[in-house]
Design a protein around this ligand. Structure first.
Ligand code: PRP
Ligand code: URA
Length: 210
């Protein structure tokens, strides 16, 4: 794997992903787990956020101590399923700005179609974290990062809970400059471009639409 692709191996994340996969996991629990996994993955993927020393007066003395530096972080969920991960990231960085990109996969061609894009402006000097629980063919991820770059985004991290090798390859080849964080790398795609073993349709399981 390339050095900008991070495959998580934390036991807590692996355990929670296994519960997500179970077809008997309720919508309620599924939603809660997606949020928790996003927070745990976010903790790891934000370890390179810049810091600067500021002066703080403690009850004992005045000291220089590190705080987050630079412009506010931007979180960009890919609709719909990425929405389920947002609260996990805002729990870590409450001041983050939030953009939205709406994409759906055509059921026959599996290619993404855009229906919404609203991003903070300007975005060029901000760290951007794109959220989508599933990286399957990679079409949606590539399109989402394309939009962000067209709007001037440069420092981009992409976070998915489950990925297929095909999607990781497509995304990293199209955008070799971004960092890709994966909760678990699955085996392959099936003929309907679903991830195997996967967890089914993430949007439907988060929102209870099937
Ligand atoms: C799912 C998922 C990704 C996309 C991944 O969304 O949340 O956005 O599929 O597939 P890809 O890597 O092959 O592009 P979907 O299109 O089902 O829309 P939804 O979130 O609105 O259900
Ligand atoms: N989108 C999903 O929600 N699940 C898959 O397995 C593939 C794409």
């Amino acid at each position: 794997m390339k050095e900008n692709i991070y495959i998580n191996d934390h036991p807590l994340i692996q355990h929670k992903i296994s519960i997500l996969r179970d077809k008997n996991t309720s919508t309620n629990e599924f939603r809660r787990l997606v949020e928790e996994i996003a927070m745990l993955m976010g903790f790891e993927s934000l370890r390179d956020l810049p810091l600067c020393d500021v002066e703080v007066e403690t009850p004992i003395e005045t000291c220089m101590t590190p705080m987050l530096a630079g412009k506010k972080l931007v979180i960009v969920p890919v609709l719909r399923a990425g929405l389920g991960m947002v609260s996990g990231l805002t729990a870590l960085v409450p001041s983050a700005r939030i953009g939205h990109i709406g994409l759906y996969r055509d059921e026959t061609t599996h290619e993404p179609h855009e229906y919404y894009c609203k991003l903070p402006d300007p975005i060029s000097d901000r760290t951007i974290v794109v959220l989508d629980p599933m990286l399957a063919t990679g079409g949606s991820a590539v399109a989402a990062v394309n939009f962000i770059k067209q709007h001037g985004g440069r420092n981009i991290k992409f976070m998915s809970i489950i990925a297929a090798p095909e999607g990781v390859k497509r995304l990293s080849e199209a955008h070799p400059d971004i960092q890709i964080y994966i909760g678990h790398l699955d085996r392959e795609l099936n003929e309907d471009a679903y991830i195997c073993p996967g967890l089914g349709d993430a949007g439907d399981r988060i929102f209870g639409t099937k």
